[in-house]
Design a protein around this ligand. Structure first.
Ligand code: SAH
Ligand code: SF4
Length: 363
């Protein structure tokens, strides 16, 4: 498919629950409902124009309902990383990053515009909180990436989305009900497996406990970054409310209930949390939780004073964990040069003048 000119993003009504789509189809024959539901959830398309079995007038009417435009699209890593900045009608920036690999395609989605939790090293946190994203705005990011993979494609990558991670902007468990509704739709209406969805949290204990009671075995990632309260209080302010002991208990409860291996995210910061002492303490927590540890080299943001750990420090830290029987990996930093790596989302969002043409090349 060859697309030129500005890409108009999803203009379809994800703001309506799938069960309420009939509200949009006043006066249409009843089979339209099923047709529309399929276009939205089963075989999503990049534009309402692609909903070929719907009459033109209805397509136009649908596209007027909810403009959800792609303001910026950037590509990196040989076309295997795509970042989108969607702009909601009220100006809120919604960012997603799609990462393609030979056997999987992972979409990193946002659950809030901004974040109120103020972790010192995170670009999203530094800009503060704008608003919660609606369930439909969360689901639409997934639909868009699915449509992109199907209609445009990524080199050397499956034509369907295999994983969704809530690791973009925002704290998903601080927007619990909308995130829950988004997960319900992604699993029960779109048909993705709950196991392929990862909710990443900085450690909102009540949210972890609620998530454990939900019917879906979604994967849980806990962004730990520090293995004692003193250090964690200084990096992750919410630790004062939910200290490590409580967080560990909630994570452990999640594991017991779901039997899904938890991952611990650890952003490596030079001379902050890359010491042997932290590795030893982290190994204790990881072993008790039977968790996997994901190390991430800090990505620079304009306002962080912290620096990334050196490669040597990361290797030493990783070896120390492995020596203590912890399963550890180093996460790749996709999209660094397009401000799409972890913690860098939103950097471009505050600059509305910056528009790059969203022209899709054929792959
Ligand atoms: N609020 C949730 C999810 C979004 S953050 C959470 O904190 O888990 C997604 C991941 O990116 C988290 O693991 C977070 O710690 C990490 N991150 C934030 N800022 C970063 C930075 N500057 N460099 C590398 N990783 C960062
Ligand atoms: Fe919010 Fe997560 Fe960033 Fe902390 S790391 S400020 S919780 S988005």
């Amino acid at each position: 498919m060859d697309r030129t000119g500005p890409l108009v993003g999803l203009t379809v009504p994800y703001l309506h629950k799938p069960e309420d789509l009939a509200d949009l189809l006043d006066g249409e024959p009843s089979y339209r409902l099923d047709q529309l539901r399929r276009w939205l959830y089963e075989t999503p398309v990049l534009s309402t124009e692609d909903m070929t079995n719907l009459p033109t007038a209805l397509r136009a009417q649908l596209s007027d309902l909810w403009p959800f435009d792609v303001e910026i699209e950037r590509s990196a890593d040989g076309g295997t990383t795509r970042k989108w900045l969607f702009r909601a009608p009220d100006g809120a920036a919604i960012e997603s990053v799609l990462m393609g690999y030979p056997r999987r395609a992972t979409l990193c989605i946002s659950s809030q515009a901004g974040c109120a939790l103020g972790c010192t090293f995170c670009a999203t946190g530094q800009f503060g909180f704008e608003r919660h994203l609606d369930a439909g705005e969360i689901v639409a990011q997934v639909a868009y990436a699915r449509a992109f993979l199907r209609q445009i494609g990524m080199p050397g990558t499956p034509d369907h989305l295999t994983n969704v991670v809530f690791m973009g902007m925002g704290e998903p468990l601080a927007n619990y009900d909308r995130v829950r509704e988004a997960i319900r739709r992604i699993v029960e209406v779109m048909g993705m497996s709950a196991r392929s969805i990862t909710v990443s949290t900085v450690g909102l204990v009540p949210g972890i406990r609620r998530l454990a009671e939900e019917p879906w075995p979604v994967s849980l990632a806990v962004s730990l970054h520090a293995a004692d309260d003193e250090l964690r209080n200084s990096l992750v302010p919410i630790n004062r409310r939910y200290p490590l002991e409580e967080l560990e208990a909630a994570a452990s409860g999640y594991f017991e209930k779901k039997r899904r291996r938890i991952s611990i995210e650890w952003t490596m910061m030079d001379s902050v949390n890359d010491s042997e002492d932290q590795a030893v303490k982290l190994a204790g927590i990881a072993r008790r939780l039977r968790a996997h540890v994901n190390l991430i080299a800090l990505n620079p943001t304009p306002m962080t004073s912290e620096k990334a750990s050196s490669e040597a420090a990361i290797s030493a830290f990783s070896r120390e964990l492995a020596r203590r029987g912890v399963n550890v990996t180093l996460r790749d930093t996709r999209g660094r040069n397009i401000d799409a790596a972890c913690g860098q989302l939103r950097l471009l969002a505050g600059k509305p003048g910056l528009r790059v043409s969203a022209k899709h090349e054929r792959v």
